[in-house]
Design a binder for this molecule. Structure first.
Ligand code: NDP
Length: 454
């Protein structure tokens, strides 16, 4: 099996030379798959992993738009329709200047495994644009979103492909895109998730990824007879995922010490309480300010700007029991991983996608800490997106308690699948192996059932 998997990785590298993040995501999954492929020779015959690593379809298009001064701009946009074996393509849209084909393919690839773990019928996809919403007026963001949807609308649909938010795409952007989709299609239908409550959204969707990452951490701790009560937490990012991670940590009696954005991070030794979190939510979601303003309001906290010359991120070099990376990919390098371990961190639940580099993951797995990889730990967001699709189909809305309890059950089930699958394949406690193998088996068995058509 070793040679087969090595050849497979070489093929992926040769075919996708300028896509390091995509290659990284494939290389992260492959070492786990050997035992599953040994057990299922039919996967190899049907070229399942070769097919999973090749998108079913990639759409690339231009998005022209006009700024407030009357100047014109052109951005590049993408939708990766990665795998529809178990349901319509499903995955977020990212608006960030770093967006390119390789980053979206890595996210779409991860999404296929993640969605399979949710127990809901969703295939995998991802999309976005190199447009940067930061510093743009509401009307500029609206014009961009409308122009973006003028092309995307012909490729998506409630039974075909259902995008959602991701970095740079929150309720405001989903609203502008949904408005344009509705106008073009002349249909009020659940084609996007993360919608507002008045127009088909689900309660708990904004909270879902952060809450889910905390539920996943709590499940991991339960395997050792522990809870989050009284634990300290390092949280990165200050957007959607970070905010609701801190909210749920507060609910469960843990103390969050940090928050960050691309400018730097704050460390608040006293902990980020409900009042401080409300301030951050207003700062980030309404005033769209920078995290350094936190220390103007709470001067006992310390702000440290990003220092590009450092070989590590000092946010990860504080003493804490747990860590919830919730900003972006590759935000924990090998040194950061070593620092986390050195400072006593033994629970890591990834809210972000692929926040840890492969060398860092190896440290966590070798140290046998409770390490929940993003494709399992942050699946709560897409899970509640799946529940939003169900509510749209039913033309009905569940209560906050109903959705939260379904989210909790789904996170428990994802944890159980990862834990049991890892144990079944002789790697007890290895959530990376568990998530990768359990995700693969569901998608692979379905692809076999459906024949060589995709
Ligand atoms: P937001 O746009 O709401 O927030 C992103 C946060 O991360 C901001 O604080 C941003 O700072 C920071 N950030 C983004 N890029 C960088 C960078 N290159 N360097 C440093 N900081 C950065 O996004 P979300 O909270 O929705 O997403 C965060 C992560 O969670 C992403 O990895 C996303 O893929 C993942 N995720 C999100 C889900 C969701 O439901 N939203 C679902 C599953 C995973 P700044 O404002 O300065 O850019």
């Amino acid at each position: 099996m070793g040679d087969y998997l090595k050849d497979f990785v070489e093929q992926v590298k040769a075919k996708n030379p300028a896509q390091p993040e995509f290659i990284q995501a494939v290389e992260e999954v492959v070492p786990s798959l050997g035992p599953a492929l040994e057990k299922h020779p039919e996967y190899r015959k049907a070229k399942i992993i070769e097919r999973i690593a090749e998108p079913e379809r990639v759409i690339i298009f231009r998005v022209p738009w006009e700024d407030d001064k009357g100047d014109y701009h052109v951005n590049r946009a993408f939708r990766i329709e990665m795998n529809s074996a178990i349901g319509p393509y499903k995955g977020g849209l990212r608006f960030h200047p770093t967006v390119n084909l390789g980053i979206l393919k890595f996210l779409a690839f991860e999404q296929v495994f993640k969605n399979a773990l949710t127990t809901l019928p969703m295939g995998g996809g991802k999309g976005g644009s190199d447009f940067d919403p930061k510093g743009k007026s509401d009307s500029e963001v609206a014009r961009f979103c409308q122009s973006f949807m003028m092309e995307l609308f012909r490729h998506i649909g409630p039974n075909t492909d259902v995008p959602a938010g991701d970095i740079g795409v929150g309720g405001r952007e989903i609203g502008y895109m949904y408005g344009m989709y509705k106008k073009l299609s002349n249909e009020f239908t659940g084609v996007l998730t993360g919608k507002g409550l008045n127009w088909g959204g689900s309660l708990i969707r904004p909270e879902a990824t952060g809450y889910g990452a905390v539920y996943f951490a709590a499940e991991m701790l339960e395997t050792r007879g522990e809870t989050l009560e009284g634990k300290t937490a390092l949280v990165s990012g200050s957007g959607n995922v970070a905010q609701y991670t801190i909210e749920k940590l507060l609910d469960l009696g843990a103390k969050s010490l940090t928050l960050s954005d691309s400018g730097g991070y704050i460390y608040d030794e006293e902990g980020i309480d409900r009042k401080k979190l409300d301030f951050v939510m207003d700062l980030k979601n309404v005033r769209r300010g920078r995290i350094k303003e936190y220390v103007d309001k709470y001067p006992k906290a310390v702000y440290t700007p990003v220092d590009k010359k450092l070989d590590h991120n000092p946010l990860w070099n504080h003493k804490a029991d747990t860590a919830f990376p919730s900003a972006t990919q590759n935000e924990i390098n090998e040194k950061d991983a070593a620092n986390l371990i050195k400072n006593g961190c033994y629970v890591i639940s990834e809210g972000a996608n692929m926040p840890t580099v492969p060398e860092g993951i190896k440290i966590f797995v070798d140290e046998k800490i409770l390490y929940g990889p993003g494709k399992a730990a942050n699946a709560g967001g897409v899970a509640v997106s799946g529940l939003e699709m169900t509510q749209n189909s039913l033309r009905y809305s569940w209560t906050r308690e109903e959705v939260d309890s379904k989210l909790y059950d789904i996170m428990k089930s994802i944890h159980r699948q990862c834990h049991e699958t890892a144990a079944h394949y002789g790697q007890i406690g290895n959530y990376v192996a568990g998530a990768n193998i359990a995700g693969l088996i569901k998608v692979a068995d379905t692809m076999l059932d459906l024949g060589i058509v995709g």
